[in-house]
Design a protein around this ligand. Structure first.
Ligand code: AMP
Length: 414
């Protein structure tokens, strides 16, 4: 079945709720959405699952539900976490046993090559997601736990997997393949999959709308700059290139990940520094990027330190921005014609200095930022380029939960 890959899809206006679950290894984030008007009814986070200091923060969003409610104390596993979240929802009159709940939508990080669209979860689908664990050892096991827990809680309800990789499955082979021995690559399913696809899909479509055009008529570069960060080149609504690869480690400088490095750094660390594969994995994923360069991964803190004259923070910022510029240039070449460069996620939506520095000096590519427009803080999609610029520069807030809910609802509502 084909799914309208759009928030403006056919499911709009019909009654029904969707619970969106994003299960990490020690956390579960959830949102309950009313699909009749796409409003949020409640949102919450359970973190430090399995530790003594677990914490649940539940926020009713219906207007009369009061402020956030917090609960501290051990939550042993995902089953307990989901039951605790369900109890909070029930206390707001939004229990998971409500007939209005139409489906549960799960964020699943890795869908390999098989899952190119949101998919109703069956035993067979779950087995395939398990088969992908070797290429997503950090993410898919947690997603699977979340799915199993939700299925046990509401076995009668459709559960839908929305994959982070799906939007990137349109990448041409010459962009997706690494230039390594083909047999070895294929035997181990080594290729570039890309991540953050739900965000890249949503933001590229919203950017087209901001330009007053249909997605198929525009070429955009999306810069998803959160704690994790990735760039994509989207031609006529289809992803043709993205910066993350086999894992989310490749590409841009991130909060704690190195992004691109010479792969020989890894064997050098093994041979010369005697580090194990697991130690190198932790170094590159958790102790690199901005945090490795200057000790902080929060862009607000880095900017504050730069304002105080901190040179390490300034160098970290410059390395971060330099990598961004390289990708903007490369993706301009990949696309041939660019209609918009679009910033999104925590840093992209909020950091005017990052946007200004990333676009500075790119006038030859038709890019410029208007300082006043760039300084505006707003939660709506907006242009920050001057009228004369050949290529639009935009800020488009991402909304992965809404996109997951919309794709989920479109699949089950018939
Ligand atoms: P995300 O992963 O999309 O939630 O983004 C989280 C990151 O966004 C944080 O680590 C910060 O670096 C960054 N961020 C959030 N708010 C701001 C802000 N007001 N100014 C600059 N950076 C921000």
């Amino acid at each position: 079945m084909t799914t309208p890959n759009t928030t403006e899809g056919t499911a709009a206006g019909k009654p029904g709720r969707v619970l969106v679950l994003n299960s990490g290894s020690s956390s579960v984030k959830y949102q309950l959405l009313d699909m009749s008007d796409r409003s949020r009814l409640a949102a919450g986070l359970v973190e430090r699952i399995g530790e003594e200091t677990s914490r649940l923060v539940h926020t009713p969003l219906t207007g009369d539900g009061g402020g956030p409610r917090e609960r501290e104390g051990r939550i042993a596993d995902h089953d307990e976490a989901l039951k605790a979240a369900a109890a909070e929802l029930a206390a707001d009159g939004l229990g998971l046993d409500s007939p209005e709940l139409a489906a549960i939508g799960h964020r699943v990080v890795h869908g390999g090559l098989r899952f190119t669209e949101p998919t109703v979860i069956t035993d067979d689908v779950l087995k395939e997601i398990e088969r992908l664990v070797p290429v997503a050892p950090l993410h898919n096991p947690a997603n699977i736990t979340g799915i199993r827990t939700a299925m046990a809680l509401r076995p009668d309800l459709p559960q839908v997997a929305v994959f982070d990789t799906a939007f990137h499955t349109t990448m041409p082979e010459h962009a997706a393949r690494y230039a390594i021995d083909v047999e070895t690559a294929d035997a181990h399913r080594i290729r570039r999959y890309g991540f953050h696809g739900t965000s890249h899909a949503y933001v590229s479509r919203k950017a087209a709308a901001l330009l007053g055009k249909e997605p198929q008529d525009v070429n955009v570069i999306v810069l998803h700059l959160g704690n994790g960060a990735s760039a994509s080149a989207v031609a006529g609504g289809r992803c043709v290139e993205t910066s993350m690869g086999l894992t989310p480690l490749e590409g841009l400088v991130m909060g704690t990940r190195s992004g691109d490095i010479d792969p020989a750094v890894t064997f050098h660390l093994k041979r010369v520094a005697g580090m194990s594969a697991d130690e190198i994995d932790v170094l590159l994923n958790k102790r690199s990027g901005l945090v490795g360069l200057c000790g902080d991964n929060d862009m607000r803190e880095i900017r504050r330190r730069i304002d105080e004259g901190d040179e390490r923070a300034a160098l970290a910022f410059d390395i971060y921005v330099h990598r961004l510029k390289k990708y903007i240039g490369a993706y301009t070449a990949v696309l041939g014609r660019v209609d918009a460069v679009v910033f999104t996620a925590g840093v992209g939506e909020n950091s005017a200095p990052v946007r200004e520095a990333a676009i500075a000096g790119l006038e030859e590519l038709g890019l410029a930022v208007d300082a006043d427009l760039n300084a505006v803080r707003s939660a709506v999609p907006r242009l920050i380029s001057p009228d004369y610029a050949r290529v639009a520069v935009a800020v488009v807030p991402t909304d992965e939960e809404l996109e997951i809910a919309t794709q989920t609802f479109a699949l089950v509502d018939n």
